[in-house]
Write a protein that binds this ligand. Structure first.
Ligand code: ZN
Length: 247
């Protein structure tokens, strides 16, 4: 197990913070709902009663209904944003930073640092490359990109010594060609937990990490998948607080 981040301050130097969603969204929703309902009620009243004027109780009922709907929306919005605020609350201290990085269930991180992006996902030389290759020195630690359960840690054919992590929601990650494994099947891991050491085992052409991401059994391009979660493989940038969630 490696030391947590408080001992590695320069790991974050120059990293960009990914902005979080502003908290004013549901205020706008309430306003829109009330104004919209008012306009509808006034319009209906005018059409039905014509010269007799607007039925004020109908207008009031419509406004009450709209108001209840808006509160319901606001409640749901508020609880959705509560989780964001909870993870932000820990951002104020150095200790909080380490805690949120290692324990936030929403965190997505780079699998390692100091690599060279050496092969993309997709068709390559007439063959499908189901993941990406990140060249790094043999023995470099690599980590889980997200929390989950290790479902395989061992020899896995052409992948050599490999780790598979099940993240739930149909998402799995595979890490291939390790020189050494640091976890066991059945183990729970957090984003950033060291899984193994980079190597050249299995069908490999030099020391590198082969990373695959599967969704419901199909491979995805890890570049775009991780970019949607605040992790930029090509620029080696990850969210400092690990609190960015998928849209
Ligand atoms: Zn590969």
């Amino acid at each position: 197990m490696r030391q947590r981040l408080s001992s590695e301050p320069d790991r974050y130097r120059g990293r960009r913070r990914v902005p979080t969603v502003p908290g004013s969204r549901y205020a706008a929703v309430i306003t829109t709902a009330l104004v919209g309902a008012g306009v509808v009620a006034l319009g209906a009243g005018a059409a039905m009663d014509d010269a007799k004027g607007v039925d004020s109780s109908a207008l009031k009922n419509s406004l009450d209904t709209a108001s209840a709907a808006a509160e319901d929306l606001a409640d749901r919005e508020a609880s959705a944003e509560r989780s964001t605020r909870d993870s932000e609350r820990t951002e104020s201290t150095e200790e909080g930073l380490a805690t949120s990085l290692s324990s936030s269930p929403d965190a997505w991180l780079l699998p390692l640092h100091g690599y060279e992006f050496s092969a993309p996902y997709g068709v390559r030389w007439g063959k499908v490359h189901p993941g990406i290759d990140l060249a790094a020195k043999e023995g470099t630690e690599y980590k889980a990109v997200h929390g989950g359960t290790v479902t395989l840690a061992g020899w896995y054919g052409g992948y050599g010594y490999a780790v598979i992590v099940d993240h739930g929601d149909g998402i799995q990650t595979i890490y291939g060609h390790s020189s050494q494994l640091m976890v066991k099947a059945g183990q729970q891991v957090d984003a950033g937990t060291t899984l193994g050491l980079v190597g050249d085992t299995g069908h490999s052409y030099g020391s590198h990490l082969h990373l695959e991401i599967h969704l419901d059994g199909n491979t995805l391009d890890p570049i775009t998948f991780l970019r949607d979660r605040g992790v930029d493989i090509q620029s080696e940038i990850e969210p400092i607080y690990g609190s960015v969630t998928a849209p």
